[in-house]
Design a protein around this ligand. Structure first.
Ligand code: ADP
Ligand code: MG
Length: 389
């Protein structure tokens, strides 16, 4: 089940009542996402272009006035986590509960009078697959508290607070894309986001009208290498910006890239700069293709982006490369890894007519390589966070 169904909502409400002894004051949903193009650009003030998935984190929530925060997930063992809103400390551990607790902390840090909450949630977003199950958790909590406490924060403001929760409270140095995608995406659209000023634009992405399908291939692997590598790439980008004497790599225009590269000493830094500057340009190219009503032309840009992530940034892995190579050879228009890499998911843009053949080829290639069977499903551009009840 992926669509947020009435049955899923009823179950979350029933479980809330069983846990906490009264009906929730509301139910909210926030989706996971895939990123169409623009990878490792969101911490360089660059462009990204994510879309929301039909998979959501759904939360039933009530406010409290006694400073107590109770958190429960249907998807985790261990029962209700009980915390003191005023005593929340960044990086104090807490496993999954750190994500929603971090949102309470970030809201209070920003001066919002959140005096407690009862939260029960359940999610259909696959975890650790590069589809932002963590952002879905944060954003659903933030939106619920925004409504219940009548804080009047905008979607981009909620995304910022959710990112702060993940950066400062959980301790993951993510950019702003995931939370903004979950908070701001719209059905049938991709979100063109400029992470420098957080200006955003909905871009129609009607795949079915063009006889196209976007597949997500979750490789179901997560290589341990990933955590440190993300921070390393981030540091290399920052070193590049310093060496080029700009605030961030966004300041390097694509037309000035050859000069910029020639002035850098470190090969690692050069590769990172090349990827980021070119991926920013690829986002703009994809936006132009979509504006021109030519989504098929997006395919080769995706594959080009993958080569850059594989060869320049070096954040791909054998499983992701196998998805891309196999899909393109089987007739897909284009494919690339999406998210942080080192496992997680890839996306494949394909004509509907060959989508099943492409998916089957990927399954067979994985079986032949002795890899775990991947999970393959269509990415249907879906709604961002919303109140359900
Ligand atoms: P991703 O965001 O790509 O799925 P992360 O490692 O950033 O991967 O976030 C995954 C973490 O988010 C999980 O380990 C867990 O702590 C938390 N999480 C995700 N979904 C749920 C859920 N349904 N219930 C509780 N915690 C969850
Ligand atoms: Mg995450």
């Amino acid at each position: 089940m992926t669509e947020t169904s009435g049955a899923q909502v009823a179950e979350v409400v029933r479980d809330f009542e069983e846990l906490y002894g009264s009906a929730p004051q509301g139910v909210w949903a926030a989706p996971g996402r895939v990123n169409l193009i623009g990878e490792y650009t969101d911490f360089n003030d660059g462009f990204v272009m994510p879309l929301a998935l039909p998979h959501t984190a759904v939360a039933a929530v009530s406010r409290r006035t006694d400073g107590v925060v109770r958190l429960h997930s249907a998807d985790m063992d261990g029962g209700v986590v009980r915390l003191d809103a005023a005593g929340l400390e960044p990086l104090s551990g807490g496993g999954w509960a750190a994500y929603p607790a971090g949102v309470v902390w970030a809201l209070r840090e920003a001066g919002h009078p959140v005096t407690g909450a009862d939260v029960h949630l359940a999610s259909t977003v696959p975890t650790g697959a590069g589809l932002s199950s963590s952002a879905a958790l944060e954003v659903v909590t933030a939106l619920a508290l925004n409504d219940l406490y009548e804080l009047g924060l905008t979607r981009p403001e909620l995304a910022r607070l959710a990112q702060r929760a993940e950066n400062a409270f959980v301790g993951v140095p993510c950019g702003i894309m995931d939370q903004t995608a979950s908070a701001c995406c719209a059905e049938g659209q991709v979100l063109h986001l400029d992470t420098r000023d957080l200006s955003l634009r909905q871009v129609p992405f009607d795949l079915a009208a063009h006889g196209l399908r976007l597949l997500v291939v979750d490789t179901r692997v997560k290589h341990a290498l990933g955590d440190g590598a993300y921070a390393e790439r981030r540091a290399a980008c920052e070193a590049g910006a310093r060496a080029l004497d700009v605030p961030t790599l966004r300041a390097i225009d694509h037309s000035h890239l050859p000069d910029a590269l020639a002035s850098l000493d470190s090969e690692t830094v050069r590769r990172c700069v090349r990827h980021v500057v070119r991926d920013n340009e690829r986002v703009e190219r994809v936006a132009a293709h979509l504006a021109a009503g030519d989504p098929r032309a997006v395919g080769p840009v995706l594959t080009e982006g993958h080569a850059s992530l594989r060869d320049d940034l070096r954040v791909s892995c054998a499983e992701l490369d196998l998805v891309v190579d196999t899909a393109v050879r089987a007739g897909a228009l284009g494919a690339r890894m999406t998210g942080g890499g080192f496992g997680g998911s890839a996306i494949v843009l394909t004509d509907e007519s060959v989508a099943d053949t492409v998916a089957k080829s990927v399954q067979e290639a994985f079986a032949q390589a002795g890899y775990t069977a991947p999970r393959i499903f269509p990415a249907i551009p879906s709604a961002g966070a919303r109140r359900l009840l």
